[in-house]
Design a protein around this ligand. Structure first.
Ligand code: 6PG
Length: 497
């Protein structure tokens, strides 16, 4: 009788690719999808794979009872269904056809981490609810994604061999290797339920911001330096060979050098400038506001998408306020490009620092004990934000387990100091030439605020006390003592609150 190691429910782009990846690595997989076409499509592709002996066997289940019957025990069932209430509907249906308390159900979607926490509680005692956030899109899922697992620790021992086999791999220098070669897998157990989805959410927040930074550089080069898309693509290609090496830089270089097959124009110029979003960046920004852990560059990236969607207002305002400012030909082209490269690097580093700071806050709050070096290692390959400098980030957290903020790591202090001038010049140019850089500028303001020992929050506290008697602490007495000044009377006196 056929015994599968794992079942996949939901055989859309991601579910199908994960299933094929598992088969590739010799695991027997059962597949089920409410849409029969998806199941038959996977069946066809799995049959082609099956011609190779080393591959796992595929079993196509026509219903959930067949699916359960095809699995070895404890059963491991991965869900690749849209985030939201559908996850629970599927789990409830599985329970109704006979799941046992030992069985493991893994949510591989982009679920909101609080939903995952709630689901683990809801299903406790009925099954082992586990989660694994997947990054890398279709190609990643098919040939090596980054996998962020969390939940029931006892479930991890069943899941781990499969996840580590199919994940992207890196060599000892943190460079991607063929997923069939020996290497360190980009798959790890990160903590209790919710932790993995939280880390993936922050990954996506960083993704939004990193994309925005690259787009700002492109916009400036195109609008202010009048460079063609192809030339910008070539510069990105060069940058991708240096400190800015990343998947997002690589694909941007490729996109910019691609022609539209319909018109022959640069492809990027025929794409409408209105950005969509599914919401994970928004979740990150909202979470940062709730926590009081600043991630302004991630929030700016979400706002930038919202502003891009206001196309008709932008069109009207561009006519009302045409830019009649300075002349870009006064700029020394190569110098400006070098400064821009420095600015991108600094802002990118700040974005990652904001993301890790968020995770530190949440980990402390939830008692997750997240290991930041492990997270950076998982992100070195397979995921969308994979970048050369994640190796440095993992080393920084490995060297100092108590590192409070990424910007305090020795290597990053030096690399920021040497690039600071370019970052400031670029931000100044963006204002002078009216080329919006909300990401690059907000990263600089975040950095400048953090490095300011004294901020004007003294005046702010005084204002709050003035109109609302909200009290203030003093610099010359212990901070836990608070005071109020009698602002309304003719004589201003301090009273202890
Ligand atoms: C990944 C991606 C993936 C998805 C984004 C797209 O890690 O593989 O992040 O999860 O492509 O969520 O997000 P938007 O549609 O919101 O840009």
């Amino acid at each position: 009788m056929h015994q599968s190691n794992i079942a996949m429910i939901g055989l859309g782009v991601m579910g199908k690719s994960l299933a094929l990846n598992l088969l590739d690595h010799g695991f027997n997989v059962t597949g089920y999808d409410i849409n029969q076409q998806n199941r038959l499509q996977l069946e066809r592709e799995a049959n082609t794979l099956a011609e190779h002996e080393s591959k796992g066997r595929f079993f196509s289940a026509e219903n959930l009872s067949q699916l359960l019957g095809s699995l070895e025990k404890p059963r491991v069932i991965a869900l690749s269904v849209p985030a939201g209430s559908i996850v629970e509907s599927v789990v409830d249906e599985l329970l109704s056809v006979g799941l046992s308390h030992d069985d493991i159900v893994i949510d591989t979607g982009n679920s909101l981490w609080t939903d995952t926490e709630a689901r683990e509680k809801k299903y406790a005692g009925q099954l082992r609810f586990f989660s694994t956030a997947v990054s890398g899109g279709e190609v990643g899922a098919r040939f090596g994604p980054a996998l962020m697992a969390s939940g029931d620790e006892s479930a991890w021992q069943y899941v781990q061999p499969m996840w580590q086999a199919i994940a992207a791999k890196v060599d000892e220098h943190g460079l991607p290797v063929d997923p069939f070669e020996k290497g360190e897998p980009c798959a790890a157990y990160l903590g209790p339920a919710g932790a993995g989805h939280y880390v993936k959410m922050v990954h996506n927040g960083i993704e939004y911001a990193d994309m925005q930074l690259i787009c700002e550089a492109y916009h400036f080069m195109s609008q202010v330096l009048s460079m063609s898309a192809v030339d910008i693509g070539r510069v990105f290609e060069r940058w991708n060979r240096g400190v800015l090496n990343s998947y997002l830089m690589e694909i941007s270089a490729d996109i910019l050098q691609t022609c539209d097959p319909v018109t022959g124009q640069p492809f990027v110029e025929v794409v409408l400038d209105k950005a969509g979003q599914k919401g994970t960046g928004l979740w990150t920004a909202v979470n940062s506001l709730h926590q009081g852990a600043a991630a302004p560059t991630i929030a700016q990236a979400v706002f930038a998408r919202a502003i891009s969607a206001q196309k008709s207002v932008r069109t009207q305002l561009s006519k009302q306020f045409p830019f009649a400012g300075g002349k870009s030909h006064c700029l020394e082209h190569q110098q400006v490009l070098d400064e821009l490269e420095d600015a991108l690097y600094c802002a990118k580093l700040v974005v990652y620092a904001q993301g890790f700071d968020l995770m530190r806050n949440m980990s402390d709050q939830e008692g997750w004990q997240l290991e930041f070096a492990t997270i950076a290692k998982v992100w070195r390959a397979g995921c969308i934000i994979r970048a050369g400098f994640l190796q440095m980030i993992s080393q920084a957290f490995d060297t100092d387990k108590t590192l409070n903020h990424l910007l305090l790591a020795d290597d990053f202090v030096e690399s920021l100091q040497s690039r600071m001038k370019g970052w400031r010049a670029t931000t100044a140019n963006s204002a002078l030439y009216a080329s919006p850089m909300p990401g690059i500028a907000s990263a600089l303001h975040y950095f400048d605020s953090l490095r300011c020992e004294t901020l004007p929050a003294n005046l702010l506290q005084a204002q709050r006390d003035y109109f609302g008697s909200h009290t203030y602490a003093r610099v010359d007495v212990p901070e836990n003592e608070s005071f109020h000044l009698t602002w309304s009377g003719t004589v201003r006196e301090q009273v202890k609150a």
